[in-house]
Design a protein around this ligand. Structure first.
Ligand code: ASP
Ligand code: MG
Length: 457
């Protein structure tokens, strides 16, 4: 059995839905389970309607809902779904009645809580999966619409709820058992769940991948396929370096580093449930279903190239803290990190010397509060407009002279920080934003002079 997860663009309109049908039909004998995101930008639009309503613009919000509804009907109808008084039309109409009621409530209240945001956002996936189920049926593929809220049980951190794995696994086994027995294709909403008290939650933007991984892990799937609109994981951002190549296989550790540093393919936390069970994850392009995409596995594979990929994050801020009191003292780093922890701001890269510490942060909304606290410890200076460039590869640990290659590539660029973690899966440089394109190109040229055809397309 395999889990096939479709992202928003892979179900955004009738053309995408047709490709979805072909993909599932072609995998029929592998017993697919469908997990879907909301169609296209529906999640954004629903949240926008909620915000608009809460801001007192009720009519504008209702108009937006009408457009979302028409879009769903229009694309479904192009494929012969929701064309009459069927259950799909009825369900869509019923959902929109509920959404309109929510919106009216919001405009009366003038306040939007995270809990209501989740209630609103949940309709995106609920709508898309209703349509997908009937599409499969019309194609002669018996399908069963599931309710993810009965399976993904979470805490109550609305908008970013954490699945409670034991409860979730038990609920998945209970609800999927009979359906899998029946031979029907289960159709499951990504992204949504509910608390133990039965209140709808969402597990964070882009959370459908995580839903797919949880499902695949709980059911012991043979493969988890993430269908998206890119060719897979690339050696770097092809918009920056047109020579970027597709990576055929990559390890979980490498993929996690990359995802973290901006390769938008999937969120690192997403694949953890799959990693634990050693289930392979494929990233595939729904526009080119015959292409092999990228396979993420827990087995490292031999590769001549020390670096598999180069990712980056720009608009980073560097915070430097210096104190002569740090000399020979202990507890200094702890105090610094406690301040970041207190303000719940993650730190990405850290470099220390005997009397100073440099850290990078992505999020600057709390920065001045943090700096105020840090000033009690030492001298602080803050530099914005920096970029992190991260070279990732399991092989970095084995190949000699990697830093030499990197330094030569970056010889004309001022490097502000360097870090190489203990796992040695990455080497990270912090440079000025304006030098970023140049740096990424130079590193890509340097590390991909030769190409190991076993690993790269
Ligand atoms: N529909 C949700 C979002 O747009 C979840 C997802 O697509 O994975 O974030
Ligand atoms: Mg997505």
């Amino acid at each position: 059995m395999i889990v096939c997860k479709f992202g928003g663009t892979s179900v955004q309109d009738a053309d995408a839905l047709n490709r979805f049908l072909q993909i599932i039909s072609a995998r029929r004998d592998r017993h697919p389970i469908v997990v879907s995101s909301a169609m296209g930008k529906t999640t954004n639009h629903l949240l926008e309607a909620a915000q608009t309503a809460a801001a007192g613009k009720k009519q504008a919000a209702l108009d937006l809902l009408t457009r979302i509804k028409e879009k769903h009907f229009k694309e479904a109808q192009k494929l012969g779904v929701a064309v009459g008084d069927d259950w799909v039309s009825e369900t869509i109409n019923a959902y929109f009645k509920e959404i309109r009621d929510l919106v009216k409530g919001l405009s009366a209240l003038g306040e939007l809580t995270p809990r209501i945001m989740d209630a609103m956002a949940s309709y995106g996936e609920r709508l898309s999966t209703v349509i997908l189920t009937q599409l499969l049926e019309n194609q002669g593929l018996p399908a069963q619409l599931m309710d993810a809220r009965e399976c993904i049980i979470t805490d109550d951190s609305y908008t970013r709820a954490n699945p409670l794995f034991d409860l979730t696994e038990a609920a998945i086994l209970e609800h999927f058992g009979p359906v899998l027995q029946s031979g029907k294709i289960p159709v499951f909403q990504g992204f949504i769940g509910r608390t133990r008290d039965g209140i709808t939650t969402t597990i964070g933007r882009g959370g459908s991948d995580l839903s797919a991984a949880i499902l695949g892990a709980a059911l012991g799937a043979e493969d988890i396929q993430i269908w998206t609109d890119v060719d897979g994981i690339m050696t770097t951002d092809p918009r920056m370096v047109p020579e970027a190549r597709r990576i055929k296989t990559i390890s979980f550790d490498e993929a996690a580093e990359l995802a973290y540093f901006g390769a938008k393919v999937l969120h690192p936390a997403t694949i953890i449930p799959a990693v634990h069970k050693g289930i392979p994850v494929h990233v595939l392009n729904s526009y080119k279903p015959d292409q092999e995409g990228t396979l993420i596995t827990d087995q490292g594979q031999p590769c001549e190239n020390p670096v598999k990929a180069i990712a980056y994050k720009s608009g980073i801020t560097v915070v430097n803290v210096a104190s002569t009191r740090m000399l020979m003292a202990y507890g200094f780093l702890k105090r610094i990190f406690e301040i970041f922890e207190h303000f719940k701001v993650p730190v990405d890269v850290v470099a220390t010397s005997e009397v100073s510490v440099s850290l990078t942060v992505d999020e600057t909304s709390k920065l001045w509060d943090i700096v105020t606290e840090l000033k009690k410890i030492g001298e602080v200076n803050v530099e914005g407009s920096k970029s992190i460039v991260c070279c990732v590869g399991e092989n970095l640990r084995n190949v000699q002279g990697v830093l030499h290659i990197a330094f030569i590539a970056l010889q004309d660029i001022r490097i502000q920080m360097i870090s190489q973690g203990a796992s040695a899966v990455n080497i990270t440089f912090v440079i000025d934003d304006e030098r970023l394109p140049e740096a990424v190109r130079a590193l890509h040229d340097a590390f991909f002079k030769i190409i190991d055809k076993r690993v790269f397309e």
